[in-house]
Ligand binder design. Structure first.
Ligand SMILES: [Zn+2]
Length: 213
């Protein structure tokens, strides 16, 4: 290039003119190829990350730790990849450069991976919710099948643990009141017991009071 002040030819990368000391504007364009180098590194990390994430997704313990780490690295790499993709595309349009076909294909694969993952994650979440709902319903039904008799009520002693009480009655109670230290459960009385309702309060899991009406 040439110095804008004195007109002498200067090195393209020079910051100042050797002849007159004029501060030179760096007119060097961002070129697509140099961005591609950065992009390739990110791309390799993304792909390796995706493979490791997929391979370790159903593991437990140490494998689960690897999954957690590789997932974060992959998400980061893919985020950077998307930013680079946008930057590369803008630059290539601005410089009227042609975008290589492999670049577009790989970006398509990565975008498809993100979309598939998001959909799979959503389905997985819905399935888990349904399973939890089923377990809840099952527990509720099991609870309702266990009635407390008068004998069982008398057998339960202050100082017993919740599990001991459950073993005597034959079923879990319904948690009706709970705070930091105490839990109050109710059991439905058997129809022959002449009791209307039974509640028991546990202090840190130890029966502190029982009441029948
Ligand atoms: Zn000059």
């Amino acid at each position: 290039m040439f110095c804008s002040k004195c007109g002498k030819e200067v090195n393209d990368n020079a910051a100042y003119c050797r002849n007159c000391g004029n501060k030179l504007k760096n007119t060097k364009k961002y070129d697509f190829k140099s961005w591609m180098k950065n992009f390739k590194i990110v791309l390799i990390i993304s792909i390796i990350g995706m493979i490791i994430t997929a391979l370790t997704s159903s593991g437990t313990g140490f494998i689960n730790v690897i999954w957690q780490i590789s997932r974060i690295v992959t998400i980061l790499a893919i985020s950077i990849d998307i930013i680079l993709f946008l930057v590369c595309t803008v630059i290539s349009i601005k410089n009227k450069e042609k975008v290589p076909i492999w670049f577009t294909i790989i970006q398509g694969i990565i975008l498809a991976f993100i979309i598939i993952n998001a959909i799979a994650g959503y389905i997985d979440k819905k399935q888990k919710e349904r399973i939890e709902e089923n377990i809840k319903n099952y527990n509720y039904q099991t609870k309702n099948s266990s009635y407390i008799t008068l004998d069982e009520f008398n057998e339960v002693q202050i100082g017993m643990t919740y599990d001991e009480v459950v073993e005597i009655i034959g079923g879990e109670g319904d948690l009706i009141v709970q705070d930091a230290y105490t839990q109050t459960y109710s059991w439905e009385p058997a129809s022959s017991s002449d009791m209307y309702s039974v509640t028991m309060t546990f202090n840190n899991g130890i029966l502190s009071s029982k009441m029948k009406i």
